[in-house]
Design a binder for this molecule. Structure first.
Ligand code: 4UV
Length: 550
């Protein structure tokens, strides 16, 4: 039942983990659906200050935040930009925005003001929720990019103060309590709930319209695969404890980890920034039972002399995803910590922001390197990009195509990009190259799209190229990812310099520095060329540039 050959050349893979029928639930409803069973358990803990919220407190706080947002004057269709590292309040703010039936666009808190301003403009944000340490950047970015009189709400650092002209976040909770309850019903589950940003297969970052139904479907589809096989439902006698080290603004940290785990009563320890010593201290203090990682974090475990076997004593599973992972790195981990697949399993997930995110999941923990099988409700095809025909047999590579209730509604204000990614009747072309084996387990081996992934973060070549072209000594620029042992990939630029100007490698690298986030810097270097290879319609031939890197 895993593969349907419908006779006209399409080979469609479905899940061995069951059939899925979408439920009509809102994201916030889904998250709190079991709260009566674990209301007194701890939901969220801040790893920096130790402040915590039980499940009942968290649910009430999110509701009060929602009431306050409506009281400020925000209305159906309004988008709130959430610009916050991982704190308990970041998650509460997110759920409060949804509870008020508003839309939330999650912004990378480490963005420069220039990067923040672009997302504010593109998403049409009507208000901002930020945290004290980046309030300055947020306010600078907001200038001219928010409607007049728009609210800026600041999650404070415990001092109770917030910059002039802003609203202290805690007031939303304390005042919300005495405000009238929210009258639900303004939006439907088919309305947009979250607008995260992704560059998709080409071009600049775009708002990914994910509806309540997209997000809830994906949580349920994943739950049918991982719950009971991997994670336990928490109760008074046993609670799963996990760090939230993946950024919550990214779909993996959000709808991959935090929201579905909260629905099952997990204790989530929020980590605002990865600092090695602090993270190890956290592992020592909290006896985590599970974790979600991107490949560089596993490499950290393997490399750090300070992470010890004792730190992993209670850890029974880890999920890894967002970038390719080498088989050998799992083996090194097992060797170093004298563990094996019986006492701790690594499960790999594969997904995209555009698919809310999860599509495939290797849940057995016995096939390192594989992304496993498709999850219930998700259909998969492997299509040869040159012939547009489904590949015939195991081992043959093609582009991974995805269909299901988790596929985004489209890119915000960008019909052209939507139509080039979602084709036929709802098939999403991922831009990833892969194959399946004899047991119908999938593998990702390459990327057709131009996206670069640095430590799991998205870097859009088009964004860096536009920036580089604004350099006075640059005529043309082409950016590609080059392999990097620590980060997976790092961006490298090819530059056609202006006649008479002789920019140096350093001057180009420094030009980029500070304008964009650290992980987008040109750590892969800069090469000067006479021309950038392009096809007849002017599209950069990135494979040609990649060949020049070899
Ligand atoms: O849009 P995005 O930044 O989204 C993500 C989402 C990742 C995951 C992974 C496992 C989960 O369980 C989960 O909840 C979320 O990264 O980038 C999408 C692209 O990242 C690459 C691939 O190129 C996607 O198109 N990618 C994602 N997962 C994998 C991967 C993987 N397991 N192996 C290789 N590449």
């Amino acid at each position: 039942h895993e593969m349907v050959d419908n006779g006209n050349g399409k080979k469609i893979f479905t899940s061995p983990y069951g059939e899925y029928t979408p439920s009509e639930m809102f994201v916030h409803e889904y998250v709190w659906k079991n709260v009566e069973n674990h209301g007194n358990l701890t939901a969220l803990v801040c790893s920096v200050t130790g402040r915590k919220y039980t499940y009942s407190q968290a649910r009430d706080a999110a509701n009060y935040i929602g009431r306050s947002l409506l009281n400020i004057g925000l209305r159906k269709g309004d988008t709130v930009a959430l610009i916050a590292p991982n704190y308990p309040e970041s998650v509460l703010a997110f759920l409060g925005i949804l509870e008020a039936e508003l839309i939330v666009t999650t912004v990378n808190p480490f963005y420069t003001p220039y990067e923040i301003s672009r997302q504010l403009k593109s998403s049409g944000a009507a208000a901002i929720i930020a945290v004290t340490e980046i309030a300055g950047n947020a306010l600078e970015a907001a200038k001219g990019n928010l409607p007049p009189g728009a609210s800026v709400i600041v999650i404070d650092d415990g001092t109770g103060s917030s910059p002039e002209g802003t609203i202290p976040f805690m007031d939303l909770i304390t005042r919300g309590k005495s405000l009238p309850p929210i009258k639900h019903g303004a939006v439907s589950v088919n309305d947009v709930a979250v607008l995260p940003y992704s560059s998709g297969t080409t071009g600049m970052p775009k708002g990914v319209m994910l509806t309540h139904k997209n997000l809830v479907s994906n949580m349920e589809m994943t739950e049918m695969t991982v719950d009971e096989r991997m994670w336990k439902t928490s109760s008074a006698t046993f609670q799963e404890v996990m760090p939230l080290i993946l950024p919550f603004f990214h779909i993996f940290g959000m709808n991959g980890l935090t929201l579905p785990r909260l629905a099952r009563g997990t204790q989530i320890i929020t980590v605002p920034k990865f600092v090695p010593e602090q993270f190890i201290q956290l592992l020592a203090n909290h006896k985590m039972t599970g974790m979600y990682l991107v490949p560089p974090l596993l490499l950290f475990f393997n490399a750090s002399p300070f992470v010890k076997k004792e730190h992993l004593e209670n850890m029974h599973h880890a999920v890894i995803g967002a970038a390719p992972m080498a088989k050998d790195d799992f083996r090194r981990f097992y060797d170093k910590f004298q563990l094996n697949q019986d006492n701790m399993k690594f499960c790999q997930g594969y997904g995209l922001t555009e698919t809310s995110p999860v599509c495939c999941f290797e849940v057995s923990g016995t096939k390192p390197g594989s992304i496993g099988k498709t999850i219930p409700g998700c259909e998969v095809r492997v299509v040869d990009p040159t012939t547009n025909k489904d590949v015939a047999r195991p081992g043959e590579t093609g582009e991974i195509w995805i269909k299901g209730p988790h596929v985004m509604k489209g890119y915000y204000n960008n019909e052209a990009a939507t139509q080039s990614m979602i084709v036929e009747d709802g098939w999403l072309k991922t831009g990833d190259i892969g194959h399946y084996d004899e047991e119908y387990d999938f593998y990702i081996t390459d990327r057709l799209k131009e996206l670069i992934k640095v430590k799991g973060f998205q870097v859009a070549p088009a964004e860096l190229e536009a920036l580089l072209r604004s350099h006075p000594g640059v005529v043309e620029a082409g950016v590609v990812g080059v392999p990097d042992a620590r980060c997976g990939e790092v961006p490298k630029a090819f530059i056609v310099p202006k006649k008479g100007s002789n920019p140096t490698v350093e001057s180009i690298q420094n030009f980029v520095k500070g304008k964009v986030s650290d992980y987008k810097e040109l750590k892969g270097g800069v090469s000067f060329v006479d021309s950038i290879p392009k096809n007849a319609s002017g599209k950069i031939l990135r494979t040609k540039l990649k060949e020049l890197c070899k």
